[in-house]
Design a protein around this ligand. Sequence first.
Ligand SMILES: *Cc1c(COP(=O)(O)O)cnc(C)c1O
Length: 424
Amino acid sequence: MRYEQHLSFAQRMDQQDPLRSYRQQFYFPQHDGQDCIYLCGNSLGLQPRSVEPALLAELEHWRTHGVEGHFKGEMPWMYYHKFLQEQSATVVGVQPDEVVVMNTLTTNLHLMMVSFYRPTAERYKIIVEGGAFPSDQYAVESQVRFHGYAPEDAIVEVHPRPGEKTLRTEDIIATIEREGEQCALVMFGGVNYFTGQFFDLPAITEAGHKVGAQVGFDLAHTAGNLPLQLHDWNVDFAVWCSYKYLNSGPGGPSGAFVHERHGNNPDLPRFAGWWGHDESQRFLMKKGFIPMQGAAGWQLSNAQILSMAAHKASLDIFQAAGMAALREKSLLLTGYLEFLLQQSGKNFELITPKDSVQRGCQLSLLTDDSGRQLFDYLTKHGVMADWREDNLYGKMAGVIRVAPVPLYNSFEDVYRFVELLKSA
Ligand SMILES: *Cc1c(COP(=O)(O)O)cnc(C)c1O
């Protein structure tokens, strides 16, 4: 693609965009009576217009049927998780039985580690990306302590080489090979929330399995951002949230993937609850846990209907748009952002990989001391992006994260953003 620096080019790209109509399906926050330039879908996705009617329908169902709503209507609450399985499965590339929507992300990460981090005196280490999202760090640290190990010893972080900002796959694999038989679990983000780097998940999975470890991913910044094939890649488990790229609203429910070879193993240890119990016997209220087949066997509680209804409305949109088409637009859109940023003459460094295979839609701009001022200027002029301070590189760095999402952002959004940046 030969990008051009004019507004007319951006507008032409928008006219030719086969996904352009999806923008109309979302509410944009307003700034001075206009849609703001929303580049924050990696943090909280915008509200689909279809969410409100979906919520109202469930309220109506409750009002009309009371407790019988569990069994009545088109989507009885008793089976609610099933109505989200197929679409969630398409988003992350798995079989419907391998996925379940439940709880929230960090909770599910713990539930998965209960089953897949089973340390022994010889094999007890967890390999993680350095600078992982704090919640993941705390989850891993507390799991390690829970089993009686010392985090300094049991958690092995992979860091960028001196002078580099992102990880090399060869270094990740070398670390896994070095820890070898001591490695119990490899737990990585799919896309690092800070740098926007998309890791080579199949290669990491293969390397982990070679040394006899389990391999799981936190896909908070990956699900709905990049096409995945978790089943074929043989990943053991994965978790993600639905309120970032998947637009299900604040605190929206999490998805969990358990590969079928584990999901159909009733002997795999887990923390259980009645909603994971064999459906045909659930209301017999008997002793003795019999897990449901598949990921559904990890459910604890009855479904959070309202937040799952919002999530379902959003998944319907993903189903209609398709991950392949979204990725195709995303490559163009983020490529355009990169092109304009490089021409902008502004003083920052793009720390997201230049190779589009190693990133989704987000670009992270590492700024100098004036970064905060720049960010505030953008905010004042109607840009919603994200500011992070971090001492990841040994000094306080300010990073502006911008994520043009293909579902509702336009080429004109990207153009107008960079124009504002240049005027700062
Ligand atoms: C957003 C995010 C979280 C948030 O966890 P919640 O349990 O949903 O609050 C955790 N981990 C990663 C990698 C994230 O990006």
